[in-house]
Design a binder for this molecule. Structure first.
Ligand code: ADP
Ligand code: MG
Length: 648
């Protein structure tokens, strides 16, 4: 019989000895070195395994009692974790079902046999959700990663006599009757090995319990703590310090409750509970609750993302029946949802398997697309029910939406209806609204609607002002992945193109039918070009002489839309590979129809001609934010001396 992950082969199941010495039933001579070295790089998960088993034992006794199969009082079901530094032991005690000698033989000695699985099979028909945690992997035997001897003291709810099992890390074990355990339940005693003494430190155990067991469904006690209570009434009331059990977990975290039973405040409190070091409030939440075709519960939070893009902080946590598994969810939720925070809990996500396997697992795929759909639905609902509120959150949520739109087709289909284009005056427009408002003015002679955008309305002020003169509207698209987003939009929207406001002179950005005649002849243009070229750094600029409106600026610096976008996409990933970090290249566009340009051309005094040109070019650079350092100093000096000449 091949079992659990193919590592262990069960030899002879019938070889059963009651109170005896025996050999743990695996075929490999000695599996313990394997367990210790190779199975888990994370030794600490032994605690998760043992506490999970204690929780399962507790869940079982509750279930059996409720079914009438176990008689007697349930009593206190608190699980206790105890460190004894002197004896070098760590003990996990529960008041659950306990084990008979037969059960130890069956479930413990035969490594690959899961009692959890059997229990679920037997009782699953009688209840919807078993809540049994079951196997994460090696389960009980992970204790040998940190202990060189493990003992079990157990008393089954079915029996009078208790049992004692002990094993020193070789396949031989001992099993005998024992009176040590008086009441129903189990103590697992780990004799911590030399290499693992850190697990005898209170702070280490606290840390692990807090990491893995914080939301387990049964109260877990670790040590005691001081608490102040009030005694007496009214004026006689006195404060008194008492020592109470230190319960480390919250057995009923928000995600396990019905959404209808929770208020906004409960979700905010849960956020704080989940991320105690995060003082920001979440923007809103999504409560996940699915029964079919997979089981999934959870609460996702949209954090305020603006200016806080540290993806590694406060990540989404994956739980399996309230046991923490990981916060590395690559392959389980789509990448763009990594910006979110919160918890997802599903017993249907296969654990202990490779990432590549995860991505092809059909349950994981279904879960992933379900979560994506839920997020899209929530955003749509918010947009529809309270648009003003949605707009107020826009700057914080847009990156997630944009990322989702470029990476997930289904998400795009929904999000395109509530994706907002803020214009430079602060009005938020949907695509349909933007289209209606720009169509008349901004359709070019080929019938394409040209959407003008800026990533920085301050830096592009001059360009935006020029566009406004022609009743063109500029929208603000300023996320790091804007290049990817607009490429996607251009693919999907028909006859639409996006141009950054500084990509070309306006007449070229939105070409209309009307031809503009040129004040300069071809020869004059030829003569002008070298004059201008002398005034600029040729590594950085191409000079272009164009006929533009006389009231357009004489010199404008533009940056080719395509080249800039490729460069940006390359920098944020997913663009053309191997382009490296290209230097920026600009066009210096000279307006052939501007009076200043004619004046430069006609100027006979060489020095004056040069300084006029320089001044013009510098002004263009200044309005593009490109004038810096020595060039800026020279510009300031030149401007002052020009002022002086005027006065004289
Ligand atoms: P799994 O939990 O996947 O079944 P484990 O190796 O963790 O695998 O445990 C094996 C079995 O041993 C359990 O299924 C259960 O039947 C039994 N067991 C382990 N710990 C306890 C406990 N504290 N109380 C009762 N039974 C236990
Ligand atoms: Mg287990």
């Amino acid at each position: 019989m091949a079992v659990a992950y193919g590592l262990f082969i069960l030899a002879d199941k019938s070889k059963y000895l009651a109170m005896a010495t025996g050999t743990i039933n695996v075929q490999a001579d000695n599996i313990f070195p394997i367990i210790k070295k190779f199975l888990y790089s994370d030794h600490e998960i032994f605690l998760r395994e043992l506490v999970s088993n204690a929780v399962d034992a507790t869940t079982k006794i509750k279930k059996l009692t409720s079914l009438g199969e176990a008689k007697g009082e349930l009593g206190d079901l608190t699980i206790e974790v105890k460190v004894d530094k002197k004896k070098k032991t760590l003990t996990i005690s529960d008041n659950g079902v306990g084990m008979t000698a037969e059960e130890i033989e069956k479930y413990i000695n035969q490594i690959a046999f899961s009692g959890a699985e059997e229990f679920v099979k037997k009782y699953d028909e009688k209840s919807d959700k078993s809540g049994i945690i079951g196997h994460f992997g090696l389960g009980f035997y992970s204790a040998f990663m940190v202990a060189d001897k493990v003992e079990i003291f157990s008393k089954s709810f079915k029996e009078e006599a208790g049992v004692h099992w002990s094993c020193t890390g070789s396949p031989e074990f001992e099993l005998e009757e024992s009176k040590k355990r008086k009441a129903r339940g189990t103590d697992i005693v780990l004799h911590i090995n030399e290499d693992s003494v850190e697990f005898l430190e209170d702070h280490k155990i606290s840390e692990l319990l807090n990491k893995y067991c914080r939301f387990l469904p049964v109260p877990i006690k670790f040590g005691t703590k001081e608490e102040t209570i009030k005694e007496g009434e009214g004026e006689d009331a006195k404060e008194k310090k008492v020592t109470v059990d230190n319960i480390i977990n919250n057995p009923t975290p928000a995600w396990t409750k019905a959404p209808s039973s929770l208020e906004e405040k409960d979700y905010k409190d849960f956020y704080r509970e989940l991320y105690p070091m995060n003082f920001e409030e979440p923007l809103f939440h999504i409560h996940l609750n699915v029964d079919f075709p997979f089981e999934l519960t959870g609460v996702l939070f949209f954090p305020k993302i603006k200016g806080n893009m540290d993806l590694n902080r406060d990540r989404i946590q994956l739980y399996c029946n309230q046991v923490f598994v990981t916060d590395q969810l690559e392959g389980i939720v789509p990448d763009f949802l990594n910006f979110l925070k919160g918890v997802i809990d599903s017993p249907d996500i296969p654990l202990n398997v490779s990432r590549s396997y995860l991505q092809s697992d059909s349950n994981v795929k279904k879960i992933s697309s379900h979560i994506t759909k839920k997020v899209a639905d929530k955003l749509e609902e918010m947009f529809k029910t309270d648009r003003a509120d949605f707009e107020s959150k826009w700057e914080d949520i847009k990156v997630v939406i944009e990322y989702g739109m470029v990476s997930d087709e289904k998400f795009y289909e929904k999000a395109k209806n509530f994706y907002l284009y803020p214009d430079v005056d602060g009005t938020y427009l949907t695509w349909d609204e933007l289209k209606a408002k720009t169509e008349a003015e901004q359709t070019n002679k080929e019938g394409n609607l040209v959407i003008l955008y800026t990533h920085d309305k301050e830096a592009h002020h001059a360009y935006i002002a020029a566009a406004e003169k022609r009743s063109y509207r500029t929208v603000i698209l300023d996320s790091p992945i804007v290049g990817h987003l607009i490429s996607k939009l251009e693919q999907n929207l028909e006859k639409v193109q996006f141009s950054r406001i500084d990509a070309d002179p306006l007449d070229k950005l939105i070409q209309k039918d009307a031809e503009i005649s040129s004040l300069l002849s071809d020869e004059e243009k030829e003569a002008l070009k070298p004059v201008i070229e002398n005034a600029v750094n040729k590594e950085q600029f191409d000079v272009e002489i164009q006929e533009m409106a006389t009231d357009d600026l004489p010199f404008v610096i533009t940056q080719n839309e395509f080249m800039r976008r490729m460069k940006e996409m390359n920098e944020t990933g997913g663009g053309m590979m191997g382009m490296g970090n290209l230097p920026d290249r600009f066009n210096l566009v000279v307006n052939a129809n501007h009076p200043l340009v004619s004046e430069i051309l006609k100027e006979e005094d060489q020095a004056k001609k040069e300084s006029l040109t320089k001044q013009g070019v510098d002004l263009a650079m200044l309005s593009k934010g490109l004038l810096k350092g020595e060039a800026l100093t020279q510009f300031v000096d030149r401007s002052f001396s020009l002022l002086k000449t005027k006065e004289n």
